[in-house]
Design a protein around this ligand. Structure first.
Ligand SMILES: [Zn+2]
Ligand SMILES: [Zn+2]
Length: 446
């Protein structure tokens, strides 16, 4: 795209609008007449046809141009690649096509020194973010740069993609980035607010959801920015009262994902999202307590929430968790096959805050048989049909509850702290808290 090729004639203008609108026939016809036009760019921003196709999600034209051996990494005036523009505008099919065609994910623009990953995070396009991350896992980048270095890549002001996602109120992107190894306490040492962590930026933008994600991942409420402010102060200063309440160092600590625990990486995806959901719900219950009595009334329970409660009360006792006697068993422990609810599973694996002095926490044990938890999977929830069949069957199978109870009581005899397991009644939800299995107790009463 030599400078002399910049165009302004009406035919060329027509070509650009045809690319923008996805008018494949016109584009093909024009390029048939003059194939050199394929290298033209707009006068000011020097966007190529490929940039325009990518930014507008015109996948057919994008493919046509790539097939005519247009290079995927053309640069415009700001050294932006077509991939950056596709990620900026959330054009996932173009993002994928460009990556397939060999687009380099490790290019930096000249505006802020940002990569396509920054763009996807900043504009909150989680699908594009995922696509770029999975490309990074398999491409040259992870071999030469290292995957985690790519996830934590900084722009010219020191901001990682996680900073930008938190700053722009993009909780889904925050979640994905944390899940892929983004450093929760990374400090910018630049970015207008020197030394800010993602939590500072989320406090500044007032995004409760981002703050929840970051805190659940162990973000430090006491880390100070270059001006010596903790996130709490930043939230107060920007009048985000509910955020400030959660960030207040004297508020109860939220539950934190036990990311250092090796076994969590052996969770299957379904079990993981179930536990994540339980963790976020537990933290919301804490929030209600924190926000109670402040002017920031917690959001009223949604219809789906109350619907879930109904499900729980209607469900058969047979699948009730034998630790809390409150929730349905949704998680199954392997190898032993014991079942418990997601909240109790979390209670076994979570601790309130990562303890730097115990970097190697012990592997969690099954509370029923004390065998090592090798794997956690989602327990098949029994439907009403299953229950009917059991009731009508001439040989009813032993319910999970009684199986857990009988096996549990024998194996719990060895546990001095919970020797009175048999005395437990419905609603006595503190067995986990009383047991020595817990790093730090948490109330399961909610
Ligand atoms: Zn339970
Ligand atoms: Zn077991």
């Amino acid at each position: 795209m030599g400078q002399g090729l910049s165009c302004s004639t009406s035919e060329e203008q027509g070509l650009f609008s045809a690319v923008k609108l996805g008018d494949l026939e016109t584009v093909e016809a024009v390029l048939e007449r003059d194939s050199a036009l394929v290298r033209y760019s707009t006068v000011y921003d020097r966007n190529s046809l490929l940039h325009i196709a990518a930014a507008n999600g015109q996948i057919e034209i994008l493919s046509l141009l790539l097939n005519r051996s247009v290079k995927p990494d053309m640069l415009n005036r700001h050294k932006q690649t077509p991939l950056m523009l596709a990620a900026m505008h959330g054009k996932i099919s173009c993002v994928k096509k460009l990556i397939e065609s060999g687009a380099n994910i490790l290019m930096f623009d000249s505006l802020n020194g940002r990569t396509c990953l920054h763009y996807a995070a900043y504009y909150g396009h989680s699908d594009c973010l995922q696509a770029i991350l999975s490309a990074a896992r398999t491409s040259q980048v992870s071999a030469s740069w290292g995957y985690s270095r790519f996830v934590n890549i900084r722009d010219s002001k020191g901001a990682t993609p996680l900073h930008l996602a938190a700053r722009q109120r993009r909780p889904q992107c925050v979640h994905i980035l944390l899940d892929n190894g983004a450093l929760v306490c990374a400090s910018t040492g630049g970015y207008g607010f020197p030394g800010s962590t993602p939590l500072h930026l989320a406090a500044r933008s007032g995004s409760l959801d981002c703050i929840r994600e970051l805190l659940a991942w162990g973000a430090d409420r006491l880390q100070r920015d270059a001006s010596g402010r903790i996130p709490y102060t930043v939230a107060l200063r920007h009048h985000h009262g509910a955020c400030a309440a959660l960030l207040n160092p004297s508020s109860a600590e939220p539950l934190v994902w036990p990311s250092p625990l090796k076994f969590i990486s052996e969770l299957n995806q379904d079990a993981k999202s179930l536990l994540e959901k339980a963790l976020m719900e537990a933290n919301r219950e804490r929030e209600k307590v924190i926000l109670k009595g402040t002017v920031y009334s917690p959001p009223s329970p949604s219809a789906s929430d109350s619907g879930m409660d109904d499900d729980v009360s209607e469900a058969s006792d047979t699948d009730l968790c034998c630790i809390c006697f409150d929730q349905i068993c949704t998680i199954e422990v392997h190898e032993c096959g014991h079942r418990m609810c997601a909240q109790c599973t979390l209670a076994l694996c979570c601790h309130n805050k990562p303890n730097p002095t115990t970097s190697c926490p012990s592997v969690p044990l099954c509370p029923f048989c004390r065998s090592n938890i090798v794997k956690l999977v989602v327990a098949k929830v029994r439907t009403e049909n299953d229950i009917d069949r059991d009731i009508n069957s001439s040989k009813p199978r032993k319910s999970w509850r009684s199986r857990n109870l009988s096996e549990g009581s024998s194996s719990f005899k060895g546990l001095s702290a919970v020797g009175s397991f048999g005395k437990m009644s419905r609603g006595s939800g503190r067995i986990a808290a009383e047991s020595e299995l817990l790093d730090k107790p948490l109330s399961l009463d909610t």
